[in-house]
Design a protein around this ligand. Sequence first.
Ligand code: 5AD
Length: 354
Amino acid sequence: MRELIDKLARTRSLSADEYERFVAVRTPELAAELAGRAREACERVYGDAVFARALIEISNVCRNDCYYCGIRRSNQDCARYQMGSEQVMACAQEAWRAGFRTFVLQGGESPALTDAWLCSLVRDLKASFPGCAVTLSVGERSRDSYRRLREAGADRYLLRHETATPAHYQQLHPAAMSFHARMECLRNLRELGYAVGVGFMVGSPFQTPARLAADLKFIERFKPEMCGIGPFVPHHGTPFASEEAGTVDLTCYLLSLIRLMHPAVLLPATTALEALKPDGRERAIGAGANVVMPNVSPAALQGSYELYDRKPVSEKTAFQKWAELERKLAPLERRLVIDRGDAAEPSPKEEQRG
Ligand code: 5AD
């Protein structure tokens, strides 16, 4: 496997079979080796910097019925909310003062999240916090809508592909949703000049090593600026309530592979990792992740944005979260930086190294 690691680091590409082999033969030793190489690759591009994103969960209303997600339409046992613009601006204000320079507005696919409302919010944020980056994560929308939001100033968009295997996509979503539509959205976002984030859940029902290899191959080809991967964690109010959760170990292993194929990709240490293990996010940083996205939504609402069970809820202020992250990153020789944290330009392949 040592040769395959070298090949991946050198050429940034493997065949689907080779990716599958990595998944199949995973051992703690191989994981440690990959993590070390991934950390080095990350350091060469970003030094010891870790980027912070202030996550604001603007609404948990959703028209979709994804089988895995706790805020799916059919979950009656979910207190639905929609934040007001002033409330969002107040969260952003506090986060800005704490050092955050990227705001991520995330929400379900709610009819209340109109283009007009979102555009005006994006404009307000960009005007009030000069130099900030605004990331949107509000699901599938029309190309026109994505264009308007981009024109209003949105810089980045997160839309996980969920799985690169169409048949698997259909096992995770009702017939009203399609792999094809998701891919079209991703293409539109890219063409409109967004920095685009894709991603998937690790250990989702019906996932296989071959399907994970297809995800890796998709990420290799699409070259997203960002890639969010986290373990699947069942939610009690969904059809997947009694399915098994994914693992922190496999998630970290995949993060390392993704870092080696795309040294400049922005890789968050996702919250779902923390839901499974208290030190899950630190382990992800140790495996090559370089972004943290603490939730700065009002504490009273955090519990209702329940994508999965055990999702952490914290009363801490944005300042306290910043300080806590700094403290946790110090032993990893990583530093939280006051910076928008854009993706670096990918460096050429086959670089010489000693
Ligand atoms: N476990 C882990 N991740 C989940 N997501 C939704 N439900 C779950 C779950 N049960 C992820 C999806 C979605 C993102 C917003 O959260 O990948 O794209």
